[in-house]
Design a protein around this ligand. Structure first.
Ligand code: 3HC
Length: 287
C-alpha cells in the first residue's frame, strides 16, 4: 500500500514533531487537535524547528515554507481522517482516552487506512481491540525531539498484520528514521530502560544523595557520555508523561521496581511538568 497522506492526531510536542518529519519526507499532512490554540502552538513549534534547520543550511527558507505548506492544521477530525492513508495518534497517555480515539478513528477512516499509535507504554493489542480492524493497528513510537532522534520503535501486537508493520517501517524510513520492530510489551524497549533510570535519579534527588539536579545530571553526562542528564531529560519529556509511563509499567507488570518516586508524583500534582510548564527540576522562566 502506498502512503501519500498522513493524519497526525495531537499537535503537542510529539504530534507536531511527527507532522514535521512527515511533511519533510514529502507526505501531505493533516495535524489535528481539539482546539485551535493547540493547533497554532503546534504549527509555531514546527516553524521554529524548521528555522533551526534552515540556519544550519540543511534546507532553504523556500523548502521550509513548502514543508509548512504541506501541513494542514485542523480541529475537524472528519476532514483530517477522510483523506489519510495512515493515521498516527499522538494524544495523552491514557488507556481509556486512546480506546475512545481509536474507536472514533475506526468509524471515520476509510477501510484501507492503517492506524498507528505513538504510545510509549500502552499495549497496542488493547488499542487495536477497540477497533474493527485490529490487523491494521500498529505502534510507531517516536522520540523527543522528533526531528532529532533517529529511532522509531515499530510495535507488532498479537493482532497486527505483517502488512501494517511493513507500511510503518517504510514510512519511518522515508522520514529518515531507523525503525526497529519490537514486541508488544509494556513500555516496549526504550522506555522500559530509560524511564526507570530517570525515576531512580528522582529517588536519588529525593534522598539527598546529591545536592542538586545539576549534580546528578553532571554525573550522568560526564560518566556515561549522555547528551543530557536524566533530570533535564525528564523536563524535556514532561514529568506527567513519565509518571503515566511508570504507572502503566507498575500496574501491567506488578513489579515494585517500577514504583514512581513520590517526588515525581508531587511535582506533577504541583504542575511542575518540565519545560512545557516553565518549571520542572529546572526553572525555565514563567510560561
Ligand atoms: N528541531 C530541530 N533541531 C533541533 C531541535 C528541534 N526540535 N532540537 C535540537 N535541535 C538541534 C539544534 O539546532 C542543534 O543543532 P547543531 O548542533 O547542528 O547546531 C542540535 O540539535 C543540538 O541542540 P542544542 O545545542 O540546543 O542542545 P543539545 O546539544 O543538548 O541537543 C538534544 C539537544 C538533541 C535534545 C540532545 O540533548 C539530546 O539528544 N538529548 C537526549 C534526548 C533523548 O534522550 N530523547 C529521548 C527521550 S525518551 C522519549 O522521547 C520517549 C517518550 O515516549 C517518553
Amino acid at each position: 500500500m502506498e502512503v501519500k497522506t498522513i493524519c497526525v492526531i495531537g499537535a503537542g510536542a510529539m504530534g507536531n514533531g511527527i507532522a514535521q518529519v512527515a511533511a519533510q519526507a514529502g507526505y501531505d499532512v493533516y495535524m489535528r487537535d481539539i482546539d485551535d490554540k493547540f493547533v497554532e502552538r503546534g504549527t509555531e513549534a514546527i516553524k521554529k524547528s524548521l528555522a533551526r534547520i534552515v540556519k544550519k543550511g540543511k534546507i532553504s527558507e523556500d523548502d521550509a515554507g513548502k514543508i509548512v505548506g504541506r501541513i494542514k492544521g485542523t480541529t475537524d477530525v472528519k476532514e483530517a481522517v477522510s483523506k489519510a492513508d495512515l493515521i498516527i495518534e499522538a494524544a495523552t497517555e491514557n488507556i481509556e482516552l486512546k480506546k475512545k480515539i481509536f474507536k472514533e478513528l475506526d468509524e471515520l477512516a476509510p477501510a484501507h487506512v492503517i492506524l498507528a499509535s505513538n504510545t510509549s507504554t500502552i499495549p497496542i493489542v488493547i488499542v487495536g481491540s477497540s477497533t474493527n480492524r485490529p490487523d491494521k493497528v500498529v505502534g510507531m513510537h517516536f522520540f523527543n525531539p522528533v526531528p532529532m532522534m533517529k529511532c522509531v520503535e515499530v510495535i507488532k501486537s498479537l493482532t497486527t498484520s505483517d502488512e501494517a508493520v511493513k507500511v510503518a517501517v517504510e514510512v519511518a524510513e522515508k522520514m529518515g528514521k531507523s525503525p526497529v520492530v519490537v514486541k508488544d510489551s509494556p513500555a516496549f524497549v526504550a522506555n522500559r530502560l530509560i524511564v526507570p533510570f530517570i525515576n531512580e535519579a528522582v529517588f536519588a534527588l529525593m534522598e539527598g544523595i546529591a545536592d542538586s539536579p545539576e549534580d546528578i545530571d553532571t554525573i550522568c553526562k560526564l560518566s556515561f557520555g549522555h547528551p543530557m542528564g536524566p533530570l533535564a531529560l525528564a523536563d524535556l519529556v514532561g514529568l506527567d508523561v513519565l509518571l503515566a509511563v511508570l504507572e502503566i509499567l507498575h500496574s501491567e507488570t506488578g513489579d515494585p521496581k517500577f514504583r514512581p518516586a513520590p517526588l515525581l508524583r508531587q511535582m506533577v500534582r504541583a504542575g511542575y511538568l518540565g519545560q512545557k510548564a516553565g518549571r520542572g527540576f529546572y526553572d525555565y522562566g514563567k510560561k
